[in-house]
Design a protein around this ligand. Structure first.
Ligand SMILES: Nc1nc2c(ncn2[C@@H]2O[C@H](COP(=O)(O)OP(=O)(O)OP(=O)(O)O)[C@@H](O)[C@H]2O)c(=O)[nH]1
Ligand SMILES: [Zn+2]
Length: 220
């Protein structure tokens, strides 16, 4: 397959695209971060109170605020488009036309079904067309989409799509291996299973490229 520029409006089916987006209310960003923190704090205090916890206890009294701040400013920071990392494209001056692999990118996300952690690694690769981007931007894109309530499949696709747009190429691969605390620490309580998801597009749909990528991420 030839290297192809990817144009969001022209080539991506609207239905597929919308199903990749995190479901958000239209008024999701009407409140400021501090307004959200105040509301979440109040609700979380209710949850703790309902569980029977004594909110006057020294160790517990700051928890509702701590949790609210952690949700808005840290673990769900990637819900707000303002927090999307700026990814500057550079011209591929060296005409590098092999794959670049960034492996073992730390993934800390949250399961949207139970609001408990998903912990794992992402491996991303691309074959450049006209453009390259800074290495750290690959990590930043992974972190941005991880910092949302997620399912692993959507996280994988969102990272791949963002990289396709940033790099203006279809030649992108993303593999995520992760442990879901909702599977490990509750429910089926299985601490040995893990979840692997993958998205291969452009050249990575060909066995040769896919196998080279998989060989790179298997090496220790
Ligand atoms: N496809 C997918 N499922 C997930 C992910 N994270 C969690 N789940 C699953 O979402 C499902 C939610 O199922 P429910 O039956 O509604 O929830 P539950 O009663 O808590 O299920 P159990 O976890 O089996 O106790 C569970 O099977 C979870 O394992 C994910 O990233 N992708
Ligand atoms: Zn879960």
């Amino acid at each position: 397959m030839d290297n192809q520029d990817w144009d969001r409006d022209d080539e991506m089916d609207d239905h597929i695209l919308s199903s990749l987006e995190t479901p958000l209310r239209p008024d999701a960003f009407d409140l400021s971060d501090s307004e959200k923190i105040a509301i979440i704090e109040e609700h979380f205090a209710h949850i703790m109170h309902t569980l029977g916890l004594d909110l006057t206890d020294d160790s517990l009294k700051g928890t509702p605020h701590r949790v609210a701040k952690m949700y808005v400013k840290e673990i769900f920071h990637g819900l707000h488009p303002d927090n999307k990392p700026a990814v500057r494209r550079f011209e591929n001056k060296y005409k590098y036309n092999h794959m670049l692999v960034e492996r073992d990118i730390t993934v800390y996300s949250s399961c949207e079904h139970h609001f408990v952690p998903i912990i794992g690694k992402a491996h991303v690769a691309y074959v450049p067309n006209e453009h390259v981007i800074g290495l750290s931007k690959l990590n930043r894109v992974v972190q941005y989409f991880a910092r949302r309530p997620q399912v692993q499949e959507r996280l994988t696709m969102q990272i791949a799509n963002e990289l396709k747009q940033a790099l203006k190429t279809e030649n992108v691969a993303v593999v995520i291996e992760a442990d879901h605390l909702c599977v490990m620490s509750r429910g089926v309580n299985d601490v040995t299973s893990s979840t692997i998801t993958a998205e291969y597009s452009g050249l990575f749909q060909e066995d040769h490229f896919r196998n080279e990528f998989l060989a790179h991420i298997r090496k220790k």
